[in-house]
Design a protein around this ligand. Structure first.
Ligand SMILES: Cc1ncc(COP(=O)(O)O)c(C=O)c1O
Length: 388
């Protein structure tokens, strides 16, 4: 299906793209190829081995994601961080400079400040396309963006950043985990590479750790060389589970988008809530940018309780929604970023980043909208002084 996959819609691609046809039985699903030893020479004349990232099940995911993100090729990794670290170490060398978005996922932030910096890579942090333009130096090799970002859902103008990268010969990379290829395709907007923590929406069932990079064949060839040496590949069974999860990606995202939109509008009117961060709300500071580059605003949102002292009581009263780390699964989860993703920052750094103690992040699942709203209503009732 890949050759003319651009003619198909995202729902069709989610189901069909990349499937490894089982010619011997005509089965509808890709078989699971468990071998770590493959004959050589073989019909493909390729040296097949799981750590070479080229087994049939790994290639299924690569083809499906390349089709969904409109890239030429892709590589599947054992985690989102394996994808991110392999790409950064493949393209950044001592003496080089990279410009990162200021509000990065905490794990990426740690990798950049603790590991990359210690290898002699110069780092800048930026918030807008204008700040990225101002940060570029003659030795800049890479621009790295997360949009929408965690946990304030800030959005960066992707076309402007991509144009900047093209003009200055700098590789542009985006972590598209929050948006997914259903809501946002950065490659047609001019980005060079798209990363996903496939642990989240792509798999969607909170039971696989995986990562993906989608890009041109040239970038994927370079990444494969590097990845083969680092070794962070995904095994056949996890690839199969991820393929199965991906088949319902478009369907799930429609419900995530719809539920998040309803919940954001409900929370915005609630007296116990001081502020809601959701790019689909007209008063979000980046709503205009998001509306230009996203087809749906996603399943992630955050809100601030008026009284941060009530956070624990609020969490303990939730019945359907589970306080938990991670995101992007079918079940709704909440977490408090000041205690989880941003706990390693000092209170001053957190304040500067806009992360208050009363900030709650929600990964809105695919449950019935009315049940989610009812759950938040009853959990917030105590905070607003309203009887249950
Ligand atoms: C936006 C984002 N990128 C990357 C990662 C890292 O992914 P993984 O946990 O699969 O290594 C995460 C994990 O939470 C994330 O939220």
């Amino acid at each position: 299906m890949n050759a003319d996959s651009l003619h198909f819609g995202a729902s069709t691609l989610s189901v069909h793209a990349g499937t490894h046809r089982d010619e011997s039985t005509g089965g509808a699903n890709s078989p699971i190829y468990t071998s770590t030893a493959y004959a050589f020479p073989n019909p493909t004349n390729e040296n097949i081995y799981p750590r070479y990232f080229n087994t049939p099940n790994q290639r299924v995911i690569a083809r499906k994601l390349a089709a969904l993100e409109q890239g030429e090729d892709a590589l599947v990794f054992g985690s989102g961080m394996a994808a991110i670290s392999t790409l950064l170490f493949a393209y950044l060398k001592p003496g080089g400079h990279a410009a990162f978005q200021a509000d990065l996922y905490g794990g990426t932030q740690q990798l950049v400040t603790k590991e990359l910096a210690s290898f002699g890579v110069e780092i800048s942090f930026c918030r807008t396309a204008e700040e990225f333009a101002a940060a570029l130096r003659p030795n800049t090799r890479l621009i790295y963006v997360e949009s929408p970002s965690n946990p304030l859902l800030r959005c960066v103008d992707l076309s402007a950043v991509a144009k900047l990268g093209r003009e200055r010969g700098v590789l542009t990379v985006i972590d598209n985990t929050f948006a997914t290829p259903i809501n946002q395709n950065p490659i047609p907007l001019g980005f060079d590479a798209v990363i996903h923590s496939a642990t989240k929406y792509l798999n969607g069932h909170s039971d696989v750790n995986a990562g993906v990079v989608v890009s041109s064949t040239g970038v994927i060839r370079r990444l494969t060389e590097c990845a083969t040496n680092y070794g962070g590949m995904l095994d056949a069974h996890a690839c199969y589970q991820l393929e199965r999860g991906l088949k319902t990606l478009a369907l799930r995202m429609r419900q995530h988008n719809e539920n998040a939109d309803h919940l954001a509008r409900f929370l915005q009117k609630h007296p116990a809530v001081a502020r809601v961060n959701y790019p689909g709300l007209p008063d979000h500071p980046d709503h205009a940018i998001a509306a230009r580059q996203m087809r749906g605003f996603g399943g992630m949102l955050s809100f601030e309780l008026r009284d941060p002292a009530q956070v624990d009581q609020f969490l303990s009263r939730l019945r359907v929604v589970m306080p938990a780390l991670s995101l992007g699964g079918v079940e709704s989860l909440v977490c408090v970023p000041s205690r989880t993703s941003h706990r390693l920052l000092t209170p001053v750094e957190r304040q500067r980043a806009g992360i208050s103690d009363g900030l709650v992040r929600i990964s809105v699942g695919i449950e019935d909208t009315k049940d989610l709203i009812k759950d938040f209503q009853q959990a917030l009732a105590a905070e607003s002084g309203t009887a249950l």
